[in-house]
Design a binder for this molecule. Structure first.
Ligand code: SAH
Length: 303
């Protein structure tokens, strides 16, 4: 999974209508504006620390960064921008829209300063392991293709995801700041096979065309939260994306955009539906906040 996704992301821009999948920031500017608003509010309530920086993990086309930073800059935030991205193709895209950023290969390379961090659909792309009865489920070469070596009740884990959240939580605990982690997944750990492959906006078999389709797994937020707390960070209850965006006032933002741009009414209605409706992204996608104990609880989470 690690090798397939490294190849996949480094050789293309997979996002958007002509690509393989569409993410929340690509659906509407309102998504990044809500993220930026929450980060700006926390930064102001923390006393506007001048050394704080905006950090994003796996920024894709840079759309979320651009939309969030527009709001942050308006709130007076003038800190640097640090993007963790391994794909040369996507770094190039990001440089067009966030030209003043600094790029890093790994979370470990981030500066030791307070962070306002966003990660949308980053954790789902990190490699997972599957076990059946405690034995790792491996991929083997079978008649003309690839196949799994065992079936049964599958338990997933992701040492790479856990190392990433541990690193973020440790940074936040020592230097201050807040992280917003948005992804599809479950609030409670459970067994089951969530590995999936997407190509051209369709689910496809996971072992066909390795490196040519997007391989992801559902994120186990309970497991991430446990590791973040163990590292000393605070983790409020995880909320579903639809409820979070609504509580932040995405409806009011849509109304104000519609008033200023009457020709966009239909587009805005469709965007709200896709982002918030429980049968679309509203319920499957969860939002987890991780923050330093000395920092305020971000908006949209139980206070
Ligand atoms: N956040 C963006 C893109 C999501 S796609 C959006 O919401 O539109 C996943 C992103 O994570 C891509 O930018 C991909 O190149 C990046 N990525 C995947 N694995 C990574 C890794 N191990 N380290 C850094 N970035 C990675």
């Amino acid at each position: 999974m690690e090798a397939c996704n490294a190849y996949y992301y480094s050789t293309r821009d997979p996002l958007g209508r002509d690509g393989d999948f569409t993410t929340a920031p690509e659906i509407s500017q309102m998504f990044g504006e809500m993220v930026g608003g929450v980060l700006a509010d926390v930064w102001v309530r923390a006393g506007k620390p001048a050394e704080a920086v905006y950090v994003e993990l796996g920024p894709g086309r840079g759309t979320l960064a651009a939309d969030a930073l527009r709001v942050l800059r308006r709130a007076g935030f003038s800190g640097g921008v640090h993007l963790v991205e391994t794909s040369p193709a996507l770094r190039q895209r990001q440089a067009q829209i966030v030209p003043d950023a600094t790029w890093h290969d790994s979370i470990e390379d981030l500066p030791a300063v307070p962070m306002l961090l966003a990660a949308n659909e980053f954790f789902d792309a990190l490699p997972i392991r599957q076990t059946v009865s405690g034995i790792e489920r491996k991929v083997m070469i079978a008649a003309g293709g690839l196949a799994f070596d065992r079936d049964g009740e599958i338990v997933e884990s992701s040492p790479v995801q856990l190392a990433a959240i541990a690193s973020i939580a440790t940074c936040l605990t020592h230097c201050g700041g807040v992280a917003l982690i948005i992804d599809y997944g479950h609030e409670k750990s459970a067994s089951g096979d969530t590995l999936q492959a997407v190509k051209g906006h369709r689910y496809v078999p996971t072992l066909v065309d390795p490196g040519e389709q997007d391989l992801t797994a559902h994120v186990d937020f309970e497991a991430l939260g446990k590791v973040a707390r163990e590292a000393g960070a605070k983790v409020p209850e995880v909320v579903i994306q639809g409820k979070w965006l609504n509580s932040l006032g995405i409806g009011a933002r849509a109304a104000s955009l519609a008033t200023a741009n009457p020709e966009r009414v239909e587009e805005l209605e469709i965007a709200i539906d896709r982002l918030c409706h429980e049968e679309q992204m509203g319920q499957l996608f969860k939002v987890m906040a991780v923050h330093a104990e000395s920092w305020p609880i971000p908006a949209g989470f139980p206070q």
